[in-house]
Design a protein around this ligand. Structure first.
Ligand code: B1H
Length: 831
């Protein structure tokens, strides 16, 4: 990223200085912004003032590109990708934008000359935590790649006033604190008060005749709320293209005459305002759908309706008539959360724009594509028909009509197979009638994809088997990827520099396959030494960070064994714990044994209402307390829980990991993306054949991956045969003693009941087969420890992991979407 800059004199003309890229221009811009926007002079500026000035100075340089992009996109006939997602987790913008502008070094020097601590300024930024985990982060990686690949696109979502909660740990338990990320202002967003759409809820529908005498439907709503656009520019790496992240904020409607409803009722009017703003108030902190929550359905419809109305507005502003809507736009549904968009587009085309059913349906089903992210039955969204009808009466009629047309086709194709018709229906009729959002998404889309090869296979053969029988060509796989800009260049500058020097160029940042050039040096002892130094330096940084935040001191020479992801039983953090307890027992039994030192590091949030996940966090901290304070252990093993794992904190973790824990039960993790982030930073993976692990292992080579556990196939076979976890408990003495140690009260100050819900569930039900994989996991961990003793060999494996990660760039994923699913072309913006 070196950008050789010849210093410019201070008196360059003001026009150029405002957005110039020289050190002088950056310094001038920074001081101007500090003065004119923050209203501060250098001596009294707070760290936050300095951050704001740096952010505005960076944003000034993006805006020029943004406007050029907008002009270009308006006049050309290019197809625009609209990525609809209830979640976006972009992470802090400043450092990423500096990387993408190519001015990290210049900005660092400029800051230095102004006597500023640049790292401290960057650390000031609040994380925009508008997502739960992988699904939201994927959306952010895709936005980065769409811009970098110069594909015109808009990310549409919700501007939650409160994002994912901040996690603190108190007495070992997770405590949630509200995330007031907008408290100090957000320099990256530009409010667009004129881009405002009404969103309707409730009421009833009625038939009427239009002036041509045709029968039409009118929706008479009970409530109208406005959505206002807030735009954040998303700059590509080393290009002029800036795409848009357009997030909607809910406000009381101006057009809706609530004053008439509240004649003289001032408090009533204020109440209506508060109620309106509730819609974009807070992100639901679950990585599973919130069963039956009316506000969640309102949120989904809110951002979907604004987004579709906005696209129709753009269509009229650019190409014109709606007939070419599906040529101008493609809408990618990030899971089913935005799938109401299908019914909403039908409604707008028919009720507001006079189209008949067939024309509207032709456009609709050509414009939508749907990505499925999970097979877990509890994560498949359904809404009760009664709630749906109360909130969206017109949309229920449309869903019924889509269903009627669709089921007629199914009946023709599968004569007499009424069972199949029942399974495929958009409405579940067993028990309380419910709308199946996944079925709506499949029926309304021209392409459906899973997020890793194994997952996409399981989508076709299990979850959507009936649909795949009917429409085999509709199903695709696009394996997830992550952006190397954030997860390598921003997170790990030392490694990035070493890679660029070794490969002789930084081209890998835009073409990750170029990492292959490292392979030629994989045996080079000079590289080995520097590689090891880079890793150790990151481990020291992380150790200092963790010491400061948790008080636990880690040994940088130890294996940094990391599991960072949402806490969930299927991800099996408790399997990791059983291994830790095994190491502890071994050390207690033979204190003088030659064990390879390990630091076990966990990070991740539990859904506030997910008791078992919260108990797992408590157990991690309880085990940590005992082990870290046991003088006999003498620091050989250490356990630490990193509080508040998010994008920002993750950036400390990935560069420092030696071992990446990807140990979900096979068939449960759709893809995983943390697995990619760790491996890109030189961690080796211990993992099952689940999600993208399968492909990571294929790429890096099986000799450079620690595989254990049952395959998805074996898992379903075991389940069919009947799984009895207590048999493992009874037969495996070490397993039994590990579980018994938890029950003994050792980790709970003598309380033998505290962890009983967890241990009982493992012994009696164990839905994610922890006990079945325990023995294989322990054996595999022993291999890891042995392999780590051979430093040269380990380093070689680490280099090869990085060298072979090209496939897992989100650039590759976006290229596949563009080519096979969206059929879009790049539109370069000249700098
Ligand atoms: C993933 C979700 C998810 N799959 C419901 N499903 C949510 C479902 O708020 N909700 O209602 C939120 C999130 N998230 C993850 O997607 C998968 O578990 C990962 O395996 C995958 O890597 C990621 C991105 O595809």
């Amino acid at each position: 990223m070196s950008m050789a800059q010849s210093p410019e004199p201070l008196d360059v003309d003001r026009e150029r200085t405002r957005t110039g890229m020289s050190k002088t221009a950056l310094k001038q811009g920074f001081l101007d912004n500090l003065f004119y926007i923050q209203g501060r002079f250098r001596e009294v500026a707070t760290p936050h003032d300095l951050y704001m000035a740096a952010a505005y100075t960076t944003r000034d340089r993006i805006l020029e590109r943004w406007i050029k992009s907008a002009q270009r996109y308006k006049t050309n006939q290019s197809r625009t990708v609209c990525y609809l997602s209830a979640e976006f987790l972009p992470g802090p913008h400043l450092a990423n934008n500096l990387v993408n502008l190519g001015i990290v070094e210049t900005a660092t020097e400029a800051a230095h000359e102004l006597g500023l601590d640049f790292d401290a300024i960057i650390a000031e930024e609040a994380e925009p935590g508008l997502g739960n985990g992988g699904l939201g982060r994927l959306a952010a990686c895709f936005m980065d790649s769409l811009s970098t690949l110069q594909i015109p696109s808009i990310g549409y979502g919700i501007r939650y006033e409160f994002g994912i909660f901040d996690q603190t740990i108190e007495d070992g338990w997770q405590v949630e604190k509200s995330d007031n990320w907008l408290r100090n202002g957000n320099p990256w967003e530009i409010p667009r008060p004129k881009i405002r759409f009404p969103v309707l809820y409730g009421g009833y529908t009625e038939q009427y005749r239009d002036h041509d005498g045709r029968s039409r439907t009118r929706w008479v709503p009970a409530q109208i709320i406005d959505g206002v656009a807030y735009d954040t520019p998303i700059l590509g790496y080393g290009v002029g293209n800036v795409n848009l992240l357009r997030l909607w904020k809910a406000e009381a409607s101006e057009s809706f005459d609530f004053q008439a409803f509240n004649v003289g009722d001032y408090y009533g009017a204020v109440h209506a305002k508060i109620e309106a703003e509730t819609i974009s108030k807070v992100l639901y902190p679950n990585d599973e759908p919130e069963a039956g929550k009316e506000l969640r359905l309102k949120q989904q419809f809110f951002f979907v309706s604004c987004s579709i109305q906005d696209m129709i507005r753009l269509q009229f502003n650019t190409v014109g008539p709606l007939d070419s809507f599906a040529e101008k736009f493609v809408i990618q549904l990030n899971d089913t959360h935005p799938s109401l968009a299908i019914a909403e587009l039908m409604r707008l085309l028919m009720d507001e724009h006079d189209m008949d059913w067939d024309r509207a349906w032709d456009i609709t089903h050509r414009v939508f594509c749907y990505t499925n992210h999970t097979l877990l039955p509890e994560a498949l969204e359904t809404w009760s028909v009664s709630l749906f009808e109360r909130l969206l009466p017109r949309h229920l009629e449309i869903v019924y009509e889509i269903n009627r047309h669709f089921l007629d086709e199914v009946r023709v194709h599968f004569l007499g197979d009424e069972d199949r018709v029942r399974r495929m229906s958009l409405i579940a009729e067993d028990g309380e009638r419910r709308v199946r959002m996944a079925n709506l998404a499949v029926v309304g889309s021209r392409a459906v994809n899973g997020v890793a090869a194994l997952h996409s296979e399981l989508v076709k053969t299990t979850l959507f088997k009936d649909f795949h029988d009917f429409w085999p060509d509709r199903f695709h796989n696009v394996t997830n990827g992550v952006t190397p800009r954030r997860f390598m260049v921003v997170a790990n500058p030392r490694l990035s520099r070493l890679i660029s020097e070794t490969c002789g160029s930084d081209d890998w940042i835009r073409d990750l396959d170029r990492l292959r050039d490292l392979e030629a040096h994989a045996m080079d002892s000079g590289l080995h030494e520097r590689w090891h130094e880079v890793k150790i330096a990151a481990k020291r940084d992380l150790a200092a960070w963790l010491k400061h935040r948790t008080g636990v001191l880690l040994d940088p020479e130890a294996i940094f064994d990391v599991q960072a992801k949402r806490i969930h039983e299927y991800k099996r953090q408790h399997l990791n714990l059983l291994h830790i307890i095994r190491c502890y027992q071994r050390l207690k039994q033979s204190p003088n044994q030659d064990m390879v030192p390990r630091a076990f590091i966990f990070g991740g949030k539990a859904a506030p209402g997910y008791f078992m996940a919260k108990l797992i966090i408590k157990l991690i901290n309880a085990v940590a307390e005992v082990i870290n304070n046991d003088p006999q252990i003498n620091g050989f093993i250490r356990v630490v829980f990193m509080p508040d794992f998010n994008v920002k904190n993750g950036q400390h973790l990935y560069p420092a990991a030696n071992l990446s824990e990807q140990i979900s039960l096979a068939g449960k993790e759709a893809s995983g993306t943390g697995n990619m982030k760790f491996s890109m930073n030189g961690a080796l993976t211990i993992g099952t054949l689940d999600g993208a692990n399968v492909e990571i292992r294929e790429e890096v080579g099986k000799e450079n991956f620690f595989l254990f556990g049952m395959s998805a196939e074996e898992v379903s076979q075991r389940q069919r045969e009947g799984y009895h976890p207590w048999e493992h408990y009874a037969k495996d003495a070490e397993l039994k003693s590990d579980i018994d140690l938890i029950n003994s009260g050792l980790f709970s100050h003598g309380d033998t009941q505290l962890f009983r819900p967890l241990t009982d569930r493992l012994v009696n039900q164990d839905p994610f087969m922890v006990l079945a994989d325990y023995r294989a996991y322990i054996a595999c961990q022993d291999h890891v420890a042995e392999a780590y003793r051979d430093h040269r060999h380990w380093t070689r494996m680490s280099i090869l992991n990085v060298a072979r990660m090209g496939k897992f760039s989100s650039d590759r994923a976006i290229r596949e979407y563009a080519e096979h699913i969206w059929r879009t072309e790049p539109h370069p913006i000249d700098l």
